[in-house]
Design a protein. Structure first.
Length: 92
């Protein structure tokens, strides 16, 4: 599945479960995750969408580490199975 189709599926599944999956763009900071997911109860989670099997770039790994150091969860999603696991972990 292409990254754009996977992103659409992800966004729809998050919305079905009561959350928001907004596109996250930071013009002044490269390597930030693609999506910020807002979960009922005030939780924010960052998600990097990738094509199947594609690894995080070195700068993306750095941003992931920075966000995790601040206490945020950061997920890499590259398959429909990953989407299902994310939904189970975050919304159930």
């Amino acid at each position: 599945m292409q990254e754009s189709s996977l992103e659409k599926t992800f966004r729809n599944q998050v919305q079905k479960n009561g959350g928001l999956a907004w596109k996250f763009i930071s013009p002044s900071k490269r390597g930030v995750p693609d999506r910020i997911v807002l979960v009922p109860g005030g939780q924010a989670i960052f998600v990097e969408m990738k094509a199947l099997g594609e690894p995080l770039e070195p700068l993306q790994k750095k941003r992931k580490t920075e966000l995790e150091a601040l206490g945020f969860q950061v997920y890499k999603i590259d398959s429909v199975d990953d989407i299902g696991q994310f939904i189970q972990e975050v919304f159930k």
